[in-house]
Design a protein around this ligand. Structure first.
Ligand code: NDP
Ligand code: 8X3
Length: 260
């Protein structure tokens, strides 16, 4: 296991769920953190609590990864002592809607494509040259089992996560011969704000997604991300798939009546 103390980790989508939990585990490991999302107040609250708990140095960045003219200048103008990014966690992402293809909304599709694919590309394209110049870096993309198995109503979300798979593999191919490592972590059901966002704030519908089973938590996924980041330099974990024990595929879930 490689110790990460003092390394700088940039986490997109750090204001909630898997990204927020990742901030906690990497703070505990002694890293300096760049926390990025649109909701700055959430990032600042997290940074304040990590400062108290682990004395973590954090830089909070309010930026929308969908907006090329916002995210790229933000990342290109990092303060001098934050420019050396050792680990990039491309986690910002979302699903919108679960309607049949012909009834789905074009703006939902655009938001998913712009965030999950284009956002990840903008961030990676901006930060990779620095990693290459320094001869050090690791890129950990958060895909999903949705990128491996399509489910009804999942057409575009699943498509964006299949793209994350392909982009990760493409990076791995193109970075052959460099020390830069690239991984894709593919979780199944994780209870975060994901379903609230998918159903546009319909809490009751969101809660039903996790009813009757014990889903993964953001922390379960964050610990796998940390495992991936702490392998020795010659070990690249290309892909890790994790699901709740009560899930067998995107469409097969075992639910118990007595579990909330
Ligand atoms: P959450 O909704 O809890 O968190 C999503 C994070 O992404 C938030 O911090 C949000 O911050 C950020 N984000 C969304 N859009 C943007 C944007 N345009 N610019 C910057 N940040 C953005 O969901 P999860 O933690 O569950 O999701 C994290 C990742 O995990 C996503 O890529 C998701 O697809 C993936 N995933 C989730 C699974 C699940 O079951 N929950 C399973 C498999 C994969 P803000 O709104 O403040 O900008
Ligand atoms: C999130 C998991 O199966 O709800 O990527 O799409 S799923």
């Amino acid at each position: 296991m490689v110790l990460l103390a003092g390394q700088t980790v940039l986490i997109t989508g750090a204001s909630s769920g898997i990204g927020q939990a990742s901030a906690v585990v990497f703070a505990e490991a002694g890293c300096r953190l760049i926390l990025l999302a649109r909701r700055l107040s959430r990032l600042e609250e997290l940074a304040a609590s990590l400062k108290i708990q682990y004395q973590t140095e954090c830089l909070c960045l309010a930026a929308d990864v969908q907006k090329q003219d916002e995210i790229i200048p933000t990342l290109k103008s990092l303060p001098q002592d934050w420019q050396t990014i050792d680990i990039l966690i491309n986690n910002a992402g979302l699903s919108r809607g679960l309607e049949r293809f012909d009834q789905a909304s074009l703006s939902d599709w655009e938001e998913m494509i712009d965030t999950n694919i284009k956002g990840l590309l903008y961030v990676t394209h901006t930060l990779l040259p620095g990693m290459l110049a320094r001869g050090q870096g690791q890129i950990i993309n958060i895909g999903s089992i949705a990128g491996l198995q399509v489910y009804p109503g999942g057409h575009v979300y699943c498509g964006t996560k299949a793209a994350v798979q392909a982009i990760t593999e493409g990076l791995k191919q193109d970075l052959l011969g460099t020390p830069i490592r690239v991984s894709c972590i593919d979780p199944g059901l994780v209870e975060t704000e994901f379903s609230q966002v998918r159903f546009h704030g319909d809490t009751e519908r969101a809660e039903k997604v996790y009813q009757g089973l014990e889903p993964l938590t953001g922390m379960d996924v964050a610990e796998v991300i940390l495992f991936c980041a702490t392998r020795p330099a010659h070990v690249n974990l290309n892909q890790i798939i994790l699901m709740p024990t009560a899930q067998a595929s995107t469409t097969r879930v075992h639910r118990e009546a007595n579990l909330d």
